[in-house]
Design a protein around this ligand. Sequence first.
Ligand code: ZN
Length: 307
Amino acid sequence: MTGQDMTGQDMTGRDLHELAGKQAALGEVRGAPGPDPVNETMIRHWLEAMGDANPAYLERGVAPPAMSQVWTMPGLARARQATPVDDVLAALDAGGYTGVVATDCDQTYHRYARVGERLTPGTRFTSLAGPKKTALGEGYFVTWTVVWYAEDDSPVAEMMFRVLKFRPRERRQPYPLKPAAGRDTEFFWEGVRRRELRIQRCLDCGQLRHPPGPLCPSCRSANRGHTVATGEGTVYSYVVHHHPPVPGRETPYVVAVVELPEGVRIVGNIVNCRIDEVRIGMPVRVTYQAMDDELVLPMWAPREARC
Ligand code: ZN
């Protein structure tokens, strides 16, 4: 069975783990010897590229250990040698886990590779872990090891390598009507990000006000803080917007003035409710709607499941 035979629909998490088990059971699979023996030319290029001026390598005729992988790289013209990892990676690609990022690389050096030696890689598929939710998206961690052997079969170096194969998140189109957040309103949007409905409060006379502004309309104080509303309210008034079209929105939709028990009114959309079911006095509760990958807007949904 090869990864290319499988489609995303056919491959479940259980299938992936079964395939991983089979590939692990193959044990270490030897590849072809490197195309060139360890040589001074390549060592000198590497040292120059890395800015390593240590003369000891070329004087002693040994390669820097970090070069181990270099000696068995296939180059552009040669066909890549199959390894037990390939089928797992191909199956993950076919299943939609097309993103890849290296997460771990651990190298162990047993001895210096000497000029003239030809190294052979042995690859062992180690483990598949997942699916896991990560910041990049849902994915699987794939781990394998490579050992580089000299002609006498002695190990020169080895490497544990781990990648995260993830399902790239589809980025949503940015919502075109971003609310302006300034110094007077930043606390409100910070609240929305924390799923808090914040109402501005005068720190001198205690009066709540919305929308936020720089001065208290009662006592003219610029000393301001906020309180967190319960998130409940009732529809005080509303309109149904049919026209004109609004970028990023589908018409018709309801724009309501919601009265909060805290004593202020706030404008927002009514959602999760048929338009002809919206009524003045209807009890609503705040709900947070993601408009794109960044912007969240507070909206209002009926408190009782009536629609
Ligand atoms: Zn005041």
